[in-house]
Design a protein around this ligand. Structure first.
Ligand code: ZN
Ligand code: ZN
Length: 104
Protein backbone atom coordinates (compact mmCIF):
# COMPACT_ATOMS: atom_id res chain seq x y z
CA UNK A 1 0.00 0.00 0.00
CA UNK A 2 1.34 3.44 -0.89
CA UNK A 3 1.06 6.54 1.31
CA UNK A 4 -1.34 7.94 -1.30
CA UNK A 5 -3.59 4.86 -0.96
CA UNK A 6 -3.50 5.13 2.84
CA UNK A 7 -4.45 8.80 2.71
CA UNK A 8 -7.30 7.95 0.32
CA UNK A 9 -8.56 5.12 2.56
CA UNK A 10 -8.54 7.47 5.58
CA UNK A 11 -9.63 10.68 3.87
CA UNK A 12 -12.01 12.97 5.78
CA UNK A 13 -15.53 12.14 4.57
CA UNK A 14 -17.10 14.99 6.50
CA UNK A 15 -15.90 17.81 8.70
CA UNK A 16 -17.50 19.69 11.52
CA UNK A 17 -15.51 22.48 13.21
CA UNK A 18 -14.22 20.13 15.91
CA UNK A 19 -14.83 16.66 14.46
CA UNK A 20 -13.92 14.63 11.37
CA UNK A 21 -15.35 11.45 9.82
CA UNK A 22 -12.72 9.01 8.59
CA UNK A 23 -13.53 7.17 5.35
CA UNK A 24 -12.26 3.84 6.72
CA UNK A 25 -15.04 3.38 9.29
CA UNK A 26 -17.41 6.35 8.75
CA UNK A 27 -16.92 7.26 12.41
CA UNK A 28 -16.92 10.80 13.82
CA UNK A 29 -13.84 11.57 15.89
CA UNK A 30 -12.64 14.77 17.57
CA UNK A 31 -10.06 16.31 15.21
CA UNK A 32 -7.15 15.49 17.51
CA UNK A 33 -8.28 11.85 17.61
CA UNK A 34 -8.65 11.75 13.83
CA UNK A 35 -5.07 13.01 13.47
CA UNK A 36 -3.86 10.44 16.03
CA UNK A 37 -5.74 7.71 14.13
CA UNK A 38 -4.09 8.74 10.85
CA UNK A 39 -0.65 8.95 12.49
CA UNK A 40 -1.09 5.47 13.91
CA UNK A 41 -1.97 4.04 10.48
CA UNK A 42 1.02 5.77 8.83
CA UNK A 43 3.43 4.74 11.60
CA UNK A 44 2.30 1.13 11.35
CA UNK A 45 2.85 1.25 7.59
CA UNK A 46 6.36 2.69 8.07
CA UNK A 47 7.26 0.15 10.77
CA UNK A 48 6.19 -2.70 8.48
CA UNK A 49 8.12 -1.23 5.55
CA UNK A 50 11.22 -0.74 7.69
CA UNK A 51 11.04 -4.31 9.02
CA UNK A 52 10.73 -5.56 5.43
CA UNK A 53 13.76 -3.51 4.30
CA UNK A 54 15.82 -4.51 7.34
CA UNK A 55 15.09 -8.18 6.63
CA UNK A 56 16.16 -7.69 3.03
CA UNK A 57 19.37 -5.82 3.99
CA UNK A 58 20.09 -8.53 6.59
CA UNK A 59 19.68 -11.28 3.99
CA UNK A 60 21.81 -9.45 1.42
CA UNK A 61 24.66 -8.60 3.80
CA UNK A 62 27.67 -10.88 3.83
CA UNK A 63 28.66 -11.84 7.40
CA UNK A 64 32.37 -11.95 6.42
CA UNK A 65 34.69 -9.10 7.42
CA UNK A 66 35.90 -6.65 4.79
CA UNK A 67 39.38 -7.24 3.48
CA UNK A 68 41.06 -4.19 1.96
CA UNK A 69 43.80 -4.16 -0.68
CA UNK A 70 46.49 -1.45 -0.80
CA UNK A 71 44.24 0.70 -3.04
CA UNK A 72 41.58 0.74 -0.29
CA UNK A 73 39.16 -1.52 -2.20
CA UNK A 74 37.28 -4.31 -0.42
CA UNK A 75 38.57 -7.55 -1.93
CA UNK A 76 36.27 -9.64 0.22
CA UNK A 77 33.10 -8.21 -1.32
CA UNK A 78 34.38 -7.06 -4.69
CA UNK A 79 34.08 -3.30 -4.11
CA UNK A 80 37.41 -2.37 -5.64
CA UNK A 81 36.67 1.24 -6.62
CA UNK A 82 35.88 2.72 -3.19
CA UNK A 83 36.84 6.40 -2.99
CA UNK A 84 38.63 7.77 0.09
CA UNK A 85 36.07 8.07 2.87
CA UNK A 86 33.67 5.57 1.26
CA UNK A 87 32.85 2.38 3.07
CA UNK A 88 32.17 -1.06 1.72
CA UNK A 89 28.35 -1.38 1.53
CA UNK A 90 28.55 -4.56 3.62
CA UNK A 91 30.07 -2.54 6.48
CA UNK A 92 27.48 0.22 5.99
CA UNK A 93 24.70 -2.38 6.05
CA UNK A 94 26.02 -3.87 9.30
CA UNK A 95 26.10 -0.37 10.84
CA UNK A 96 22.54 0.23 9.67
CA UNK A 97 21.48 -3.00 11.36
CA UNK A 98 23.71 -1.96 14.31
CA UNK A 99 21.33 -2.88 17.09
CA UNK A 100 21.48 -6.49 15.94
CA UNK A 101 24.69 -8.32 17.04
CA UNK A 102 26.79 -9.33 14.00
CA UNK A 103 24.21 -7.69 11.75
CA UNK A 104 21.65 -10.37 12.60
ZN1 ZN B 1 -9.34 5.74 9.13
ZN1 ZN C 1 33.48 -5.40 2.28
Amino acid sequence: MTIQEILTAHRPLANAPDDTVCACDSTWRPNAEYRAHLSEVLEKHMREREAQLRQLVRDMTDPGACWFDHHGGCQEHGYLDLKPGEQCPHTEAKQLLGDEPNGR
